[in-house]
Ligand binder design. Structure first.
Ligand code: SAM
Length: 419
């Protein structure tokens, strides 16, 4: 009996070790985690396989994945766990793994360490020898904006990588006022109080998150009042320390608004930034001018969106900052030699990072410092490398601005090379 049990165990062990690769299914052990939460392993022929999953992956887990062959590597989508890590925890949400929102659910108390190991992988590969700091998210870091889909019958998130609806009645990743408003929002859609045609909606809240706005695809907004959803022209308001920032409902503002304002403030105010002109490029409604503006004689904010420029002008006026808010495309507006000694150029471009024309102009700049902000770690590291012949990164902080996801925000300060 003992012998039989032992041999069965040996066989199982062997099959776990044996990596079977065919067109569609692969089973094997994850060697390590890489940037983006990808599990890294190897096929039988030695090629790398990159594994994606709807929940957090841990090193040394044995998983089954459906595989797509590429010319030099393979990509797999984990479909089940054969040997889950003992560190794995029950996800804190009933739709975890389905809705595609929080792809690091299941990491439990090891979440921050796992995320840190991914960022280490990125910097090790892209900016080796570059020191950087890590700022982890507090439990209170919740989303002030979520996107929902209404299909005419149900309300929910889109399933991960699909357009199928995953119905929800709450969202623990959002601030409680948004999460609690979801049933009333669904009721209003179902009873035609709100436009009931199938479409994408945003629910948004200010800081503190007392008011909840619903915004449809036409950018019309409704505010949740005690007697139901009322059409509104009001702005979303974010208060932080003595700053007051407004934006149009549906317009851009940081998703985890309260945590974003707190973390950017704590990072940037520790960097001794001051000078003549602060160029706030890709400035939105003026978040960074508001945080840093009183350390400079003048702020110049560049932004392509008209509504954001309208609010930035109001926000910086009420903050009593000397400013100029210009609606323009950064690459087109930027002169070949932007900035003088004493000026600081802050850039917070969209996810793709800086375009080549902007990088070239920054290489010519006479400004004293650059602040580069990026919500895609890989694009941020690439831009730091592209600027590196002239600009040396002195400080980099990676912030967990998007809790329970594989995304981070990078903030870097660069000064002219003297070496
Ligand atoms: C990542 S957001 C940052 C906004 C702002 N710094 C903040 O944190 O609230 C990028 C901003 O750049 C603007 N933008 C995108 N492309 C642009 C361009 N080519 N020129 C100027 N602004 C642009 C967007 O409208 C958006 O407001």
């Amino acid at each position: 009996m003992y012998k039989k049990a032992k041999s069965m165990d040996a066989t199982r062990k062997q099959s776990r070790k044996r990596i079977t690769s065919d067109r569609s299914t692969w089973e094997g052990e994850i060697e390590r985690l890489a940037w983006g939460g990808l599990g890294i392993s190897r096929l039988e022929d030695g090629r790398v396989i990159l594994l994606n999953a709807p929940l957090a992956l841990f090193p040394h887990e044995v998983v089954r994945a459906s595989v797509r062959q590429k010319s030099k590597h393979a990509e797999g989508e984990v479909v089940s766990w054969i040997k889950p890590s003992p560190l794995r925890a029950a996800p804190g949400c009933p739709t975890a793994g389905l809705c595609g929102g929080c792809d690091m659910q299941g990491a439990g108390s090891h979440y921050s360490d796992l995320k840190l190991s991914m960022v280490e992988d990125l910097f090790h590969r892209m900016l080796p020898n570059q020191p950087w700091d890590w700022l982890s998210a507090p439990m209170s870091a919740l989303r002030h904006r979520i996107q929902l889909h209404w299909d005419g019958k149900s309300l929910g998130f889109h399933q991960r990588k699909k357009h199928t609806l995953v119905p929800i009645s709450s969202c623990p990743a959002a601030v409680p006022t948004i999460s609690q408003s979801i049933p009333r929002f669904e009721e209003a859609l179902a009873s035609h109080v709100l436009p009931s045609r199938p479409q994408r909606w945003e629910l948004a809240a200010g800081t503190p998150p007392t008011d909840v706005f619903a915004i449809d695809e036409k950018q019309r907004a409704w505010l949740l009042e005690p007697d139901g959803w009322q059409k509104t022209e009001k702005s979303v308001v974010h208060n932080f320390l003595d700053h007051r920032l407004t934006h149009k409902p549906g317009g851009f503002f940081q998703a985890s608004a309260a945590w974003a304002m707190e973390s950017f403030h704590s990072v940037l105010s520790g960097w001794n930034l001051h000078g003549d002109t602060l160029y706030d490029l890709y400035g939105g409604v003026g978040l960074f001018s508001a945080i840093l503006g009183d350390r400079f004689k003048n702020c110049v904010l560049l932004e392509s969106d008209g509504d954001s420029i309208f609010h930035a002008t109001q926000n910086l006026t009420s903050a009593k900052l000397r400013h100029q808010c210009i609606q323009a495309d950064v690459a087109e507006w930027m002169p070949d030699y932007l900035g003088e000694a004493g000026d600081v150029i802050l850039l917070d471009p969209p996810r793709a990072g800086l375009d080549a024309q902007v990088v070239q102009k920054l290489l010519n700049s006479k400004a004293s410092a650059l602040i580069l902000i990026g919500c895609d770690g890989a694009a941020f590291c690439r831009d730091i490398k592209r600027l590196s012949q002239v600009w040396k990164p002195y400080k980099i902080t990676v912030t967990d601005l998007f809790p329970m996801t594989v995304h981070v925000e990078c903030v870097g300060m660069l000064a002219k090379r003297s070496d």
